[in-house]
Design a protein around this ligand. Structure first.
Ligand SMILES: Nc1ncnc2c1ncn2[C@@H]1O[C@H](COP(=O)(O)OP(=O)(O)OP(=O)(O)O)[C@@H](O)[C@H]1O
Ligand SMILES: [Mg+2]
Length: 274
């Protein structure tokens, strides 16, 4: 019977993980600005006895839940790494060291080695940036709409590529690399661009900043692998492509987990069954 659940209350989404009666891992998510929904879910699942809790919205969720259940808190980075290790094995990856890049509302980057981990850095450019810039530039604020529209867009009229600068000469680095994200707009002084193109370019910017940073840490730590997680990658082929292409170009191996948004929730769940 369902007794324990893990919850990762993040800046944007609150993720939940539990094992059902067949031992299958079940995953659900709720918007963090409506934590009442989590409370309602729990009322509908009265068998839940204990909750593993993590994420920056932990205290808000605690207030919502009052003293309904027994709660075991775990620090977000611990939970995430526990979850990543579990999901890597579950999904058949055999690696013992990697950079872990969590593209949440913001982006947090870790180095994992033999079950240990350290936070190596991060950037404020993340999923929140994607949605924020998309909203400002196009009026679209729904993540699904943004990613759907972005997938039909092209970046070539907005981004400036290396070959756009080195016209008629050999380029010092690959010509199709981005020289300047959004850089063509200022040079051509064109203000009219289809929304899809603008959104595709925002995805490119976000993906490339995150990948550039992740690669630098991978080089510093001398690891071949970068595991990219976080809900920003959910049903977002295009962002994955931006990240994968650039990571591979820089001679590292990108890994995308299937349950990419749920590492923290899974870790919070496993923390109770230790
Ligand atoms: N249904 C959705 N609603 C809103 N954003 C979504 C949705 N699905 C995916 N996203 C994207 O995922 C991002 C949030 O990712 P994630 O859930 O990993 O972060 P978080 O845990 O809430 O934030 P943080 O870890 O930074 O506190 C959003 O910024 C958005 O880009
Ligand atoms: Mg998070």
């Amino acid at each position: 019977m369902l007794k324990s659940i893990g919850i990762d209350a993040g800046g944007t989404l609150t993720k939940m993980a539990y094992f059902n009666e067949h031992g299958q891992l079940m995953l659900e998510s709720f918007p963090s600005n409506d934590l009442q929904l989590v409370k309602e879910w729990l009322k509908q699942h009265p068998n839940v006895e204990e909750i593993g809790l993590t994420g920056g919205r932990t205290e808000q969720l605690r207030e919502q839940l009052e003293t309904m259940k027994s709660i075991e808190y775990i620090v977000e980075f611990e939970a995430t790494l526990k979850g990543v290790q579990y999901l890597l094995v579950k999904e058949g990856h055999q690696i013992d060291n990697a950079i872990i890049t969590n593209i949440g509302t913001g982006t947090s980057i870790h180095y994992m080695e033999n079950g240990q981990h350290v936070r190596v850095g991060g950037t404020g450019v993340g999923g929140g940036t994607l949605v924020g810039l998309a909203t400002l530039l196009t009026g679209h604020s729904d993540f699904k709409e943004i990613t759907k529209l972005a997938s039909t867009g092209v970046r070539e009229n907005i981004d400036l590529l290396v070959r756009d600068i080195y016209q008629g000469m050999d380029t010092p680095i690959a010509g199709d690399l981005t020289a300047s994200n959004f850089g063509k707009v200022g040079i051509t002084a064109t203000t009219e661009h289809p929304q899809a193109d603008v959104l595709a370019t925002v995805q490119g910017l976000v993906g490339e900043v995150i990948t550039t940073l992740s690669i630098q840490f991978a080089e510093q730590k001398e690891t071949a692998y970068i595991v990219y997680i976080g809900s920003t990658l959910t049903d977002n082929e295009d962002l994955q492509k931006v990240i994968a292409n650039y990571t591979i170009l820089k001679k590292h191996n990108p890994i995308f987990l299937q349950d990419r948004g749920y590492a923290g929730a899974v870790g919070a769940l496993l923390n109770m069954n230790k």
